[in-house]
Design a protein around this ligand. Structure first.
Ligand code: AMP
Length: 432
């Protein structure tokens, strides 16, 4: 293959490899996720990456951007229409019903971490393959304590990842009873003939009026600012639900702002919707205008799939966005606080014995790095330097013959020869 041909084989637009040098950032997220989910008793679920397209079309809403414009859909050879998942909640509910998870203790607290796919125009913080960590509490009733628990879990995870100046926006978009009233009010307001709505909003007005409030177009901003707010249309039950959710947040000292324009794009949400941002400044002092995460209550989704009606609430954080902020804030993610030893061999006889010597150290919990494929001393010392190891174990012909090994402190080049029998003890002493 010619170099120019390879140019056409680069990763697809908006999709990025996660390279070895980035893994410690991802490890930090995985580690904190693991610890927080153990603490709050969430169980992991990994639904399939491909779903039948209807799983999303029938639940997210046919007129939502995600379904209408952003899904990667293809038809398999056997004629199935499949989609790469644009989000995980619908998949989780599909899996929950398919495998009868409603028979486990309810509500079920689940979490996931994995890639999502949306055909968006790539830009800062917006990719076509991106990752989410998400949490769901489903299958119980619609107690606002669960809304607060989801928000708490996500807030605590952001805190553990050292995201500063977290801000939380909350709104309620009502239920089946009160939302139609609100829709009506919005339509009446937006039908004003003097309004010069953007093309998308004209369509939204016909198809999905709540999403008028999602519009980012400059020309529509003044209309949005004056639009009727959902809180004025909430039924008594939804008002109380929101009030109780906010009271839990107050008790937890989690600050929030009510955002009347927060509706979130998907059809399956009801009542609580929320989004997390950071007020922290980026490397050039700029503000991040993207959400780090979001979520809401989706009490009708299980029913949409034919299940028995049950309450559910969840949310997801965008890992790439969180990592971008963590990097700008220079969060320390290094897990290499543990001292390491670099094993160096010289000569064939020594090399033969190397693997088993290294194994004996590993069995004792010593982190050993090696470069056994390199035979020159210089190359191995350079590798040890690159790894930033604290000690080198040098094992040459003479040492193999005498059954000894040299332990060299790489920070000050002081070295000592010790009998092989004492190697583990001597190494451990130094690594303390
Ligand atoms: P959503 O439910 O669509 O609001 O997604 C939840 C979170 O996932 C967002 O707040 C973002 O942090 C992240 N996210 C959504 N879409 C993208 C994207 N195209 N690229 C990167 N992150 C995204």
């Amino acid at each position: 293959m010619k170099k120019s041909e390879f140019q056409n084989l680069q990763s697809p637009k908006g999709m990025h490899d996660i390279l070895p040098q980035d893994q410690e950032w991802w490890d930090k997220v995985r580690k904190e996720l693991q610890s927080i989910t153990e603490y709050y008793h969430y169980r992991r679920i990994d639904p399939t990456l491909l779903e039948r397209a209807e799983v999303f079309e029938k639940t997210l809403g046919e007129t939502t951007d995600v379904v209408e414009k952003q899904m990667f859909v293809f038809t398999s050879r056997s004629g199935d229409r499949l989609a790469l998942r644009p989000e995980a909640t619908a998949s989780i509910v599909r899996s929950y019903l398919q495998h009868g998870l409603s028979h486990l203790g309810q509500p079920l607290k689940l979490f996931y971490m994995g890639p999502m796919f949306r055909k968006e125009q790539p830009q800062a913080g917006r990719f076509r393959q991106f990752h989410q960590v998400g949490f769901e509490i489903l299958g119980g009733d619609d107690d606002p304590v669960y809304d607060a628990q989801i928000i708490l879990t996500m807030h605590r995870l952001l805190e553990r990842l050292k995201i500063k100046d977290i801000s939380l926006k909350v709104n309620s978009i009502g239920c089946r009873i009160c939302r139609p009233n609100y829709r009506k009010k919005l339509i009446e307001y937006y039908k004003n003939p003097s309004f010069k709505l953007c093309r998308d909003c004209k369509r939204r007005l016909r198809e999905n009026p709540l999403r008028l409030l999602d519009c980012k177009n400059e020309t529509c901003q003044p209309y949005k600012a004056e639009a009727p707010i959902s809180l004025d249309s909430l039924c008594v039950y939804c008002s109380k639900h929101l009030k109780n959710t906010l009271e839990f947040l107050d008790e937890l000292h989690i600050p929030y702002q009510i955002d009347h324009q927060l509706v979130r794009g998907l059809d399956y949400y009801s009542r609580t919707v929320f989004e997390f941002f950071t007020e922290a400044a980026g490397p050039d002092g700029q503000k991040y205008d993207f959400a780090l995460g979001g979520g809401g209550r989706y009490d009708y989704l299980i029913e949409m799939f034919g299940g028995r009606p049950a309450g559910a609430v969840g949310g997801a954080l965008g890992v790439e966005r969180v990592l971008e902020v963590m990097k700008a804030l220079r969060v320390n993610v290094s897990s290499r606080s543990k001292k390491t030893v670099f094993f160096i061999h010289i000569g064939e006889t020594a090399k033969k014995k190397s693997l088993s010597l290294i194994e004996s150290l590993r069995e004792e919990g010593v982190t050993v790095i090696e470069s056994l494929g390199k035979d020159s001393l210089g190359a191995q010392l350079r590798a040890a330097d690159k790894e930033g190891s604290d000690y080198a174990l040098i094992f040459g012909q003479k040492e193999a013959f005498e059954e000894s090994v040299i332990i060299r402190d790489l920070r000050n080049s002081v070295q000592e020869t010790v009998p092989l029998k004492k190697m583990i003890k001597e190494v451990k002493k130094r690594l303390k």
